[in-house]
Design a protein around this ligand. Structure first.
Ligand SMILES: O=P(O)(O)OC[C@@]1(O)O[C@H](CO)[C@@H](O)[C@@H]1O
Ligand SMILES: [Mn+2]
Length: 469
């Protein structure tokens, strides 16, 4: 049953609202409470560790964090108002200013921003920021990463694939100097697809359920190709190979997504780019706080390289030693700016985090991994499927950039006329099932206006979850 409804909102944009159960609604209604319950369960299971480490104070801290998170879950499930952050942290004021901005978008009659009455992107990011606040309010366990176990499990369960990946890379290293241009391009395409496939291993989509990479990836690449919806690899190659011919140093920046298997595929891609001299330095961007369950923090990055270095498989261990050396020689550089864990869409970066924008401008190419980055690149708006990618970026272009993303949310641009409709006919959940891949490049610096309609996601009842206001 769907109802049509016209709503006039404070910014005087009229939305025709179709009430249909949406991915955003199901995320907030079902998946985020499930994730919170897993976090509370994790804290319960670490009670003894907290006591052993910190005595009675640790036990009390665990209880406090659990009660704060239980309160958060209740606020979410009963659609309470979104409350300001209270614990002083580097981004507390920015978050509370953003909450005031959301309030300003609402009509007085709509009251305050609530969990089911706010943009999905904001509410989902806010939930992870409140999890972080609950821990920082519970010293001495304030530095405990409630998602650490899940991220490590993903890595350990993907060992088969990691071994085949590292073995392939090390075997290629033996002959990489002799590859001709075509052979090099084909290897580049392989490592790009491996990094793309790695994005399927995402624990927030799975609600924390295991999502490791079980089968051998290299041999599956041909089977994977039909699932690539937009494939700009050729354009990516011509951009990068041209830069390599023209410049002595070429910098590729990779905005990371999930730790575990996906991070391993990104390190393998980075190693290939450096070893093939397609790049001379790689800059990685991770998250400052635990984020969307599986996203990479500096602790995850250092832990993974250490694990790989100490592997009992010789080619895996060789990769770990190489990666550690690249970090020491600053050929691999890791950044974790707080902006990446704010709710802002990326077209706001030059205002909100001009230092980060200036850093990205030094890159010859930026690769954005994953779905959440794609949502922030496109402002989480309901663009028509055929809107060009550069237009959806709404003036965000620090450097030529490429989104490498598995579709997991109901946003998609850059398609051919009819392509989205065709996919919907063949697989109704094509946007959120995580079965389709998306390698879209924006390599030309074009300015563009913001003409995307904002995305409104509704479910059956009168309330709805809105995308970015
Ligand atoms: O960025 P990633 O790891 O590819 O995906 C993030 C994600 O799991 O979180 C949101 C739903 O909870 C969606 O953006 C997407 O499904
Ligand atoms: Mn993620």
């Amino acid at each position: 049953m769907t109802n049509l409804m016209l709503i006039l909102l404070s910014d005087n944009i009229v939305y025709v609202v179709l009430f249909s159960r949406s991915f955003a609604y199901l995320t907030i209604k079902d998946r985020t409470p499930q994730i919170l319950t897993k976090v509370i369960d994790t804290l319960h299971r670490h009670k003894n560790e907290f006591f052993e480490k910190h005595g009675e104070e640790g036990t009390e801290a665990g209880k406090k964090a659990i009660s704060l998170l239980s309160k958060l879950r209740n606020e979410l499930q009963t659609d309470k108002p979104i409350v300001p952050l209270v614990e002083k942290f580097v981004d507390t004021d920015i978050w509370n200013q953003y909450l005031e901005y959301q309030q300003s978008l609402m009509k007085e009659s709509d009251g305050k921003p609530r969990w089911f009455h706010s943009p999905w992107l904001f509410v989902e990011c806010y939930m992870y920021r409140r999890i972080h606040e609950a821990l920082t309010q519970s010293p001495p366990i304030d530095d405990f990463d409630v998602f650490k176990e899940l991220k490590e499990q993903n890595f350990f369960e993907s060992q088969e694939s990691i071994i085949s990946l590292c073995t392939y890379l090390q075997e290629l290293m033996r002959t990489i100097e002799e590859l001709d241009e075509d052979q090099l391009k084909n290897e580049f395409f392989k490592f790009l697809q491996i990094s793309l496939w790695g994005n399927k291993c995402d624990l927030s989509l799975s609600g924390g359920e295991t999502s490791s990479q079980k089968n051998d990836l290299i041999s599956s690449l041909e089977d994977l190709k039909p699932f690539i919806l937009v494939n700009d690899m050729e354009r990516l190659w011509s951009l990068l190979s041209k830069k390599t011919r023209e410049k002595a140093s070429v910098r590729v920046d990779i905005v990371l997504d999930n730790s575990g298997f996906e991070l391993t595929t990104d390190l393998v891609l980075a190693d290939f780019l450096l070893s093939s001299k397609l790049a001379t330095e790689i800059h990685f961007y991770g998250k400052r706080i635990p984020w969307f369950v599986s996203d990479t923090t500096i602790h995850d990055f250092n832990w993974l390289i250490e694990q790989v270095k100490h592997s009992n498989h010789k080619w895996v261990a060789k990769c770990g030693v190489d990666w550690e050396n690249c970090v020491k020689m600053s050929r691999l550089v890791y950044h974790d700016h707080i902006f990446w864990t704010l709710p802002h869409e990326y077209c706001a970066m030059s205002q909100v985090a001009p230092d980060l924008y200036a850093e990205l401008q030094k890159a010859d190419l930026i690769l954005f991994k994953g779905d959440l980055n794609y949502r922030k690149l496109t402002g989480d708006r309901k663009w028509a499927f055929t809107i060009p990618f550069h237009q959806a970026l709404s003036d965000f272009h620090p450097a030529p950039l490429c989104s490498i993303r598995t579709l997991k949310a109901e946003i998609q641009v850059g398609l051919q006329p009819g392509q989205g409709e065709e996919l919907a006919a063949s697989e109704p959940s094509w946007l959120t099932s995580g079965n389709l891949f998306y390698l879209q490049t924006f390599v030309l610096h074009l300015t563009c206006g913001m003409d995307g309609r904002k995305h409104k996601i509704e479910e059956d009842e009168a309330d709805g979850i809105w995308r970015n206001g």
